[in-house]
Design a protein around this ligand. Structure first.
Ligand SMILES: *[C@@H]1O[C@H](CO)[C@@H](O)[C@H](O)[C@H]1NC(C)=O
Ligand SMILES: *[C@@H]1O[C@H](CO)[C@@H](O)[C@H](O)[C@H]1NC(C)=O
Ligand SMILES: *[C@@H]1O[C@H](CO)[C@@H](O)[C@H](O)[C@H]1NC(C)=O
Ligand SMILES: *[C@@H]1O[C@H](CO)[C@@H](O)[C@H](O)[C@H]1NC(C)=O
Ligand SMILES: *[C@@H]1O[C@H](CO)[C@@H](O)[C@H](O)[C@H]1NC(C)=O
Ligand SMILES: *[C@@H]1O[C@H](CO)[C@@H](O)[C@H](O)[C@H]1NC(C)=O
Ligand SMILES: *[C@@H]1O[C@H](CO)[C@@H](O)[C@H](O)[C@H]1NC(C)=O
Length: 503
């Protein structure tokens, strides 16, 4: 705090002002050692405690007088019992210290002034010093960089750091010599390959701190559309396609259906951010008949994608039993572009409830929402054999069942294997087997209930709806999605064998 050591003073009759500055910020303390001849510059943050600190070598009985500009604001005789005289208008802020230093408490912005201190003592010359105090407001947070697309498809780089006094100076030094002290700097550049993936830095300068931010524009990347389906309360199927391509600035998406531009209408709805197209229709054939395309673009480029949606389908399924064989977890996958609003989990085997003896055919045991990819089945008899399958649905339309998964003792013999073995089995045993099977079948036939059921006949299996139970149109006659997505001409007469099994 001492600017000059006492031993260095020249002449014993001279009175010295020893000046030191102590500026207290919230977390830091600065000291300056400027000589008192020229104003000593002090930068302070608004709201902090600032002490304009002086040290007077022969302080006893000296009178200290502080002025703001030419207005006297505080006087005191050092060491006296009489309190310091501080101008009433400033008494909230100014405080005289025991050694004659002046403190500014919670300093407001408008205390940026020149402060003069004069020490007077009879017999010695007056001593004086001047401080030039600058009070600043610290900017809030940090500067923020962003880049936007303009209506003319240019890139507008923006740097902002609002809310401080004085405003920080903002510049993009690597691309422009210009700078502003306005809180926001806009710089519009024509898109060019050179700007793709180029990081643009904004430098922000303020008397109390410096900071920078940066932003990197880039063209849309390759992406995969995502598809979701739901059933509206009015029974329409709402299919949402999302095309989200990572890009800066955000890509705008244009939509095409069968090559024609799509605009929002009763049937088509494009989200405000353009990334989602929702199509609504009662007939799912509407969705799987035509191609949908989306093009994601920003000023630096675009990426497009054309998709053909699939009807309800299951790409893979598996079954995981617990150790005791009393419970299984079924899991399944759905192709990415398949429209599914629900799943019907079906089982064939002894009834879970012993009062129900049906076992010969698949019956629905659980209905799962379109988001489900697994189902748990409990209370199985480890000594019995069960078959499981999952049928994907979209509204009232059902897709092809998943492959069957089997659990139970034995080898899981297929129908063909049973036939092969049967051929070699002695007639007596065969007769026994056949009669058992007949009893079995007749029992199960008698106990059929109205539960949702999908005929397993091969041809129908491809596109079957659950049984109609309301006034809604019945779409049982829909074409299978797999048939539609194949490039097979329609109305080709099927081979006689298949025709026979259809009916
Ligand atoms: C600063 O502003 C306040 C309120 O605006 C006022 O009361 C005060 O006198 C001003 N102080 C100075 C030093 O100008
Ligand atoms: C303080 O003094 C300096 C130098 O004499 C002058 O340039 C500046 O304008 C003064 N500041 C105020 C707030 O009066
Ligand atoms: C900045 O100005 C200098 C001199 O006028 C010029 O040479 C330079 O290219 C400018 N830089 C940019 C980024 O505009
Ligand atoms: C920067 O651009 C934004 C959006 O176009 C505008 O609102 C703002 O006024 C502009 N600021 C300046 C300083 O040009
Ligand atoms: C851009 O900003 C990030 C985070 O603020 C920083 O890590 C990175 O170093 C900056 N890059 C450049 C080139 O300044
Ligand atoms: C776009 O809008 C949709 C619907 O409002 C919303 O679900 C989606 O999250 C938005 N996407 C982005 C990238 O903001
Ligand atoms: C659904 O659309 C397909 C193809 O356009 C058509 O063949 C079928 O008859 C329609 N079904 C109903 C119930 O309208």
């Amino acid at each position: 705090m001492w600017l000059k050591q006492p031993g260095k003073y020249r002449g014993h009759k001279t009175m010295f002002v020893l000046l030191a500055l102590m500026v207290t910020f919230k977390g830091a303390e600065c000291q300056s050692e400027d000589p008192p001849v020229v104003p000593v510059r002090v930068n302070a943050e608004a709201g902090s405690l600032v002490t304009l600190s002086v040290l007077f070598s022969v302080a006893d009985d000296a009178v200290v007088k502080w002025s703001m500009d030419s207005l006297t604001v505080a006087t005191w005789t050092l060491g006296s019992n009489v309190p310091a005289d501080v101008a009433g208008a400033h008494s909230d802020v100014l405080r005289l210290e025991m050694d004659g230093s002046l403190s500014l408490v919670d300093v407001p912005l408008n205390y940026s002034q020149n402060y003069t201190v004069v020490f007077t003592k009879s017999g010695v010359a007056d001593a004086q010093a001047v401080f030039e105090l600058k009070v600043y407001e610290r900017p809030v947070g940090y500067p923020e960089c962003s880049v936007h697309a303009t209506v003319s498809n240019d890139l507008q780089y923006r740097c902002q750091w609002p809310g401080s006094y004085p405003r920080p100076s903002l510049a993009f030094p690597s691309v422009s010599n210009g700078s502003v002290t306005a809180g926001v700097l806009n710089l519009t550049l024509a898109p060019s390959e050179g700007l793709d993936w180029k990081t643009i830095v904004c430098r922000a300068q303020h008397p109390l701190l410096e900071a920078s931010c940066n932003v990197t524009a880039r063209q849309p990347v390759e992406f995969l559309p995502r598809v979701g389906a739901a059933v509206d309360p009015d029974g329409r199927i709402a299919v949402t396609i999302e095309c989200l391509s990572d890009a800066v600035p955000d890509a705008m998406v244009t939509w095409l259906r069968a090559g024609q531009a799509v605009s929002s209408s009763n049937q088509h709805q494009i989200s405000a951010n353009t990334t989602q197209l929702t199509v609504r229709h009662f007939n799912i054939s509407e969705f799987i008949r035509e191609d949908f395309s989306c093009i994601c673009s920003n000023p630096l480029g675009n990426k497009g994608r054309t998709t053909r949606l699939l009807g309800p389908s299951i790409s893979d399924s598996s079954l995981l039993p617990n150790q005791e064989g009393t419970a299984v977890t079924l899991t399944w996958e759905v192709p990415p572009l398949s429209l599914v609003t629900g799943f019907d989990v079906q089982m064939r085997g002894p009834a879970l409830d012993e009062t129900l003896q049906r076992s010969g055919e698949f019956r629905s045991i659980q209905v799962k929402p379109g988001s489900a990819r697994s189902a748990g089945v409990l209370h199985l008899d480890p000594k019995s054999t069960y078959h499981f399958r999952v049928i994907p649905t979209a509204g009232r339309m059902a897709g092809e069942p998943s492959t069957q998964n089997r659990i139970g003792p034995g080898d899981g013999l297929s129908g063909a294997a049973i036939a092969g073995i049967a051929a070699g089995i002695p007639c007596g045993i065969l007769a026994l087997l056949i009669s058992t099977a007949l009893i079995y079948l007749s029992v199960s036939h008698c106990r059929r209930s109205g539960q949702p059921r999908y005929p397993v006949s091969r041809a129908v299996e491809k596109a079957v709806a659950s049984q109609p139970d309301s006034a809604l149109p019945d779409y049982n006659k829909l074409h299978a999605p797999s048939e539609l997505s194949l490039a097979v001409p329609k109305f080709v007469p099927p081979p006689p064998v298949r025709t026979a099994t259809t009916v």
